[in-house]
Design a protein around this ligand. Structure first.
Ligand code: ME8
Length: 655
């Protein structure tokens, strides 16, 4: 049996999972499900990376042990993956004893091979990236690539002779184009290695949270030696030879582009040194941003993975993440786009097709599948050919790692079925009392939906279940690709009322945003002076109260205390600042405020201010603003904010 081993990075346990972690794991899960359906013996591993300075420091700052921190956060990843219905085969933790034994053996082999020597390291280190940087990679105390703070380190350290491996690595990249993908990443890696490889420090003596260096336990192994080895531990290296022979080398190490060098340079060099085979492919995907902004600690704008799973149906989220961005490219998480795709592609296309066809089956053929019909009608033959083509194309796209095209193809198949129903007009056949043709047409539509259901499983697992349940295709073998051949739906199969597949989101918010967008400062600036003035007058005319209001009117306005977490200027809009504010909710909100003439961004950070928290979201300069600050005009033309002392909890209601 063919095997397929796919891994995700093992995630750091210094914090809770966010959208980036969810993304990589969802992509890997889609591949794993796909190859299982195709009949492969699949091994899908994910897990947590629990040692190292970063984790030790995070634990210290919380006043708990690294082990406790690892237990808490590893459990969060497990919980998330359960919520996201991730079907991994193994969740590995680097604190497992079995893993420590494998790491020790790898390093023992490196030593035996003459690749390890003791010397002194003097250079930069980023605990946040767990990476060494040389002088050229650092600027103003930060690593240029990641923006992380670096510190100067000078200590005794064991080194790995990475320099020895430049030649074999270059040969690997050049002889096997699949080694590192996409191509642009492979070229990047080739350029890096051709630039010269320095030996790598692989141990530290100034902290203790890690696996000890064999024969010299005052040294702790560099966390990446430990972490990367997870991939062979999971495959059974040195412990289960049969299993190891079956799964190693790994088919795809799926990673984010941030950790390409570790996977495409260090890891294969470690393996070669230890006398082991290199992986078949390292595939680096791109970076997600949040509504146009890079997610970062300073902006505090990471999209919490649990909140995301709470907010959207699993299949909608999967579909959006897999469809929106070609695997390998950067992406921008934009709720408006997600809503558009949900409403237009999932609800209107797939949802509508399944719903209308099964409703007709209920009304016209008493919920029983008609007999298979290999008719000679051109429209039928075309549909049957299109089914075979969809199956083949999806397979090609998945093997080229182009999941977005695979999904596009799935949608095209659904569109083809919708068009078929639209053109054959079964409702007219019913009226005309033409049962023969009606049965043929409904058979084609239902059989097409069965194929759609099977093809959707890797990408839209719940939708696939609902479709196949509705067609009574409940046996496991009825859901494999071996069941894709035309004609699988048996005569008399009971058909069930379909569950609603997708609910449309209200697009009201989108419309509000569009309206607001026309009042963007940028748009106003582009207009002639007259129009600009008119607009200004209009804007400044705040409606005066016509008389006393009821208390109930007042309570409609949700005033809350917000803590300003970060502030920055908005490029091209001199009056605006973009703030990230804590309103006591799971995620911070973005607020765009016209206060740049009154405050420097850094003055605002940490202030507790009054906000209107339930104003309809608006877009300013293309940035969605999710609350409004309260401010009073000063005589000098500046504004003053309504402030509170910092012991008032963010989110507290103002009455
Ligand atoms: O690097 N967009 O763990 P980590 C897309 N422990 N993907 C993202 C992302 C974003 N904005 N942010 C993170 C580590 N990711 C090491 C790995 S492996 C032997 C050790 C995803 O918790 C992406 O897959 O920082 C990235 O490579 C990974 O999370 C980093 O997770």
């Amino acid at each position: 049996m063919n095997t397929f081993y796919i891994s995700t990075p093992i995630y750091y346990v210094n914090g809770a999972p966010h959208i980036g972690h969810a993304y990589t794991t969802i992509v890997a899960d889609a591949f794993a499900r796909y190859y299982r359906q195709a009949g492969y013996d699949v091994f899908f591993q994910t897990g947590t990376d629990e040692h190292g300075l970063k984790i030790q420091r995070a634990a210290e700052s919380l006043g708990i042990s690294p082990r406790e921190l690892a237990d808490i956060n590893s459990a969060k990843f497990l919980e998330l993956f359960k919520k996201l219905d991730i079907r991994y085969d193994r969740f590995i933790r680097t604190t497992e004893e079995a893993h420590k034994a494998v790491v020790t053996e790898v390093v023992r082999r490196m030593i035996e091979h003459g690749d390890v020597y003791l010397a002194k390291y003097a250079g930069w280190y980023s605990a946040s990236d767990e990476a060494y940087y040389d002088e050229l990679e650092v600027e103003n105390g930060r690593a240029k690539a990641s923006g992380s703070v670096v510190e100067w380190v000078e200590e005794e350290s064991y080194f790995f002779r990475l320099s020895r491996y430049a030649e074999p690595l270059l040969r690997w990249y050049k002889e096997d184009p699949q080694s590192v993908q996409p191509d642009a990443r492979r070229n990047e890696v080739i350029a890096f290695v051709e630039g010269g490889l320095k030996d790598l420090s692989i141990s530290r003596t100034t902290f203790s949270w890690g696996i000890p260096m064999p024969q010299d336990p005052k040294h702790v192994l560099y966390v990446w030696v430990d972490a990367l080895t997870n991939y062979i531990t999971g495959a059974g290296a040195f412990q289960d030879e049969e299993r190891y022979a079956r799964y190693w080398p790994c088919d795809i190490h799926l990673i984010g582009k941030d950790i390409l060098r570790f996977h495409a340079v260090y890891w294969p060099a470690f393996l070669l040194s230890a006398g082991l085979t290199v992986p078949k492919q390292v595939f680096a995907h791109g970076w997600w941003m949040n509504e146009g902004y890079k997610m970062s600690k300073s902006l505090n704008n990471f999209i919490d993975a649990f909140a995301l799973a709470e907010e959207y149906e699993l299949d909608v989220l999967r579909y959006y993440l897999l469809r929106e961005v070609p695997l390998g490219n950067d992406g921008n998480f934009a709720r408006e786009r997600l809503i558009e795709r949900n409403n237009g592609e999932l609800a209107d296309n797939i949802g509508n097709l399944v719903n209308r066809t099964l409703r007709m089956a209920q009304g016209y053929i008493q919920n029983q599948a008609p007999a298979p019909a290999e008719t000679n009608e051109e429209i039928d033959r075309n549909l049957r050919n299109a089914a075979a083509e969809a199956v083949q194309k999806i397979d090609e796209f998945v093997s080229k790692r182009q999941l977005h095209f695979a999904l596009e193809q799935l949608l095209s198949w659904s569109s083809a079925l919708n068009l078929y129903v639209h053109t054959t007009e079964p409702w007219k056949l019913q009226k005309a009392e033409d049962p023969t043709r009606l049965h043929q047409v409904l058979y084609h539509a239902l059989e097409g939906i069965r194929i759609l259901g099977i093809l959707a499983a890797a990408f839209l697992p719940n939708t696939s279940d609902k479709i196949l349940d509705a067609l009574s295709q409940t046996a496991p073998e009825q859901r494999l690709f071996s069941a894709l051949a035309w004609g699988g739906l048996q005569e008399g199969t009971p058909l069930n009322k379909p569950e609603i597949l997708f609910t449309k989101f209200e697009t009201k918010m989108t419309q509000d945003n569009t309206n607001q967008a026309t009042t963007e400062p940028k748009a106003a600036e582009a207009k002639p002076a007259e129009a600009k003035k008119e607009k200004k007058d209009k804007k400044e005319k705040v409606e005066e109260p016509t008389g006393p209001i009821d208390f109930s009117d007042f309570t409609k306005v949700e005033l809350r205390v917000a803590k300003i977490l970060s502030a920055e200027r908005v490029e091209g809009a001199e009056k605006l600042l973009k703030l990230s504010v804590d309103l006591g909710e799971e995620l911070p909100r973005t607020v765009v405020a016209g206060i740049a003439k009154s405050f420097a961004p850094e003055e605002l950070v940490g202030l507790h201010v009054a906000t209107v928290a339930n104003l309809k979201p608006a877009k300013l300069f293309g940035i969605p603003s999710q609350a409004m600050l309260l401010a009073a005009d000063r005589p000098d033309g500046k504004v003053e904010l309504t402030r509170y002392s910092t012991d008032i909890t963010p989110g507290t209601r103002i009455r």
